[in-house]
Design a protein around this ligand. Structure first.
Ligand SMILES: [Zn+2]
Ligand SMILES: [Zn+2]
Ligand SMILES: [Zn+2]
Length: 257
């Protein structure tokens, strides 16, 4: 096999309700631009046929039908909110095909939440056909080797909730960010690509708005930034792009970096 460069693919670029939102007739929800069709937030790092997925939200199955070719080495969980874990059961095709436990990594609190939410997968006498998984607790500032890729976990504050972002080589993926402490900024030096969550224009208690996101980007100073976890309260893709400075782009599903 030819040696492949590291790649990050955006699997979903929407906040928790997706875009369009059911029953909504706002400009973003009515847009004909395919980039305004946004699955819930997720991404996959891939290299040499190995994949490491970040979060398994409610759209995981559809996302992996389009982009899920290869060996799934691991899933890294940013946090336990429903839009980041609800699709966990759809890991089953990988469990069956790879005939192995798929390793899941997250903060101890997140692993505990997954265990209780998907208790059927971890029972002593499981029903045949449940996902076969192994659980691994990690902490912020840790190095991890997964599928031949070297990751560093980044401490992120999602409102008051401590969660994780992930860096691999010169690409970092940070979702559900409200605040980054100095320890996080120190781990984010020299980035080629930063994927950063940004919810809307209006201030929000647990997510960066556009103004705050642009301040964070200035501090980190990556070569290129992609915004993700976008709400339908933003204008349609093309219009939002016009509001952004050079080097900052509106993300969309299927974008490869
Ligand atoms: Zn809408
Ligand atoms: Zn969240
Ligand atoms: Zn979220």
């Amino acid at each position: 096999m030819n040696k492949q460069a590291l790649r990050l693919t955006i699997l979903g670029s929407a906040t928790s309700q997706g875009v369009p939102v059911i029953g909504c007739d706002c400009a973003a929800c009515r847009s004909n631009d395919p980039r305004d069709n946004r699955f819930r937030n997720s991404a996959v790092f891939s290299k040499n046929g190995e994949m490491v997925v970040i979060d398994t939200g409610p759209d995981f199955r559809q996302q992996m039908l389009a982009h899920g070719f290869g060996h799934l080495a691991a899933v890294l969980y940013s946090h336990e909110h429903n839009d980041h874990v609800a699709g966990l059961d759809d890991l089953r095709p990988y469990c069956f095909r790879q005939k192995e436990n798929i390793p899941l990594y997250g903060l101890p609190r997140v692993i505990g939440d997954i265990k209780s939410r998907f208790a059927y997968a971890f029972s002593d006498n499981p029903y045949p056909g449940v996902p076969t998984l192994s659980l691994h607790e990690i902490k912020a500032g840790q190095s991890l080797q997964l599928g031949g890729m070297a990751f560093t976990t980044i401490p992120v504050l999602h409102g008051r909730l401590p969660i994780l972002g992930f860096r691999c080589e010169d690409i970092a993926y940070l979702t559900d960010v409200k605040f980054l402490e100095q320890a996080a900024l120190d781990l984010l030096k020299g980035l080629r690509v930063l994927v950063l969550s940004c919810l809307q224009h209006k201030e929000h208690h647990s997510h960066l708005n556009l103004e705050e996101a642009l301040e964070v980007i200035k501090k980190i100073a990556p070569e290129r930034t992609i915004l993700t976890h976008l709400s339908h309260r933003f204008p349609p893709h093309a219009q939002l792009q016009l509001e952004l400075p050079e080097g900052v782009e509106v993300g969309y599903d299927g974008l490869r970096l």
